[in-house]
Design a protein around this ligand. Sequence first.
Ligand SMILES: Cc1cc2nc3c(=O)[nH]c(=O)nc-3n(C[C@H](O)[C@H](O)[C@H](O)COP(=O)(O)O)c2cc1C
Length: 177
Amino acid sequence: MTLNEILVGRRSCRRFTAEVPSREVIETLIAEALTAPSSKNTRSTRYVVVTDPAKLEIMSRMRDYGSALLSGAPVAIVVCGDAQASDLWEVNCSISATILQLAVEEHGLGSCWVHVKDRPHLKDDPSAGSAEEWLSENLPIIPAGWRPLCVVAVGYPEVPAKPHAPKDDSDKVLWVE
Ligand SMILES: Cc1cc2nc3c(=O)[nH]c(=O)nc-3n(C[C@H](O)[C@H](O)[C@H](O)COP(=O)(O)O)c2cc1C
């Protein structure tokens, strides 16, 4: 699979088969994500790999929208940043999560980014606190000092991804010559 094929063919996957990717595959994915560039080479991104179905079910309830898919995912990788290691830990996490999602494709797996940082637990009730607070209270698995940016759900796609139709994106690019 070429990088172009991965980039053009990748879609978010929200429904997975029951097959659990092997630990070896997950370790390879993490090793590949760990190659991500980072500000000042601080390598501030950390990963929490969750495979326990009961914990995935709890995690799926961290938000009342957009996180339910986690209960049907065989693996969830919480992409965290060590805020002490870099003031740009969120940017570093974003790059790491993106590279993780691209690596996933090469292994025949699918993934979906589920955002955590600055997302409310309940979208219409800010008093219910943030998804991050809800997670730390209801599923205290993230080590102190690590801040979650997002969760990347990973598994074998139930149906093959249908690539986006080609678009005219010419208005998104400005050439200065
Ligand atoms: C920063 C970011 C946050 C996202 N948050 C969620 C989310 O919370 N839940 C979800 O189901 N998908 C989420 N997604 C996936 C997007 O909805 C998806 O990438 C977008 O609709 C484009 O579809 P595609 O990935 O199939 O190309 C997120 C993606 C990004 C990059």
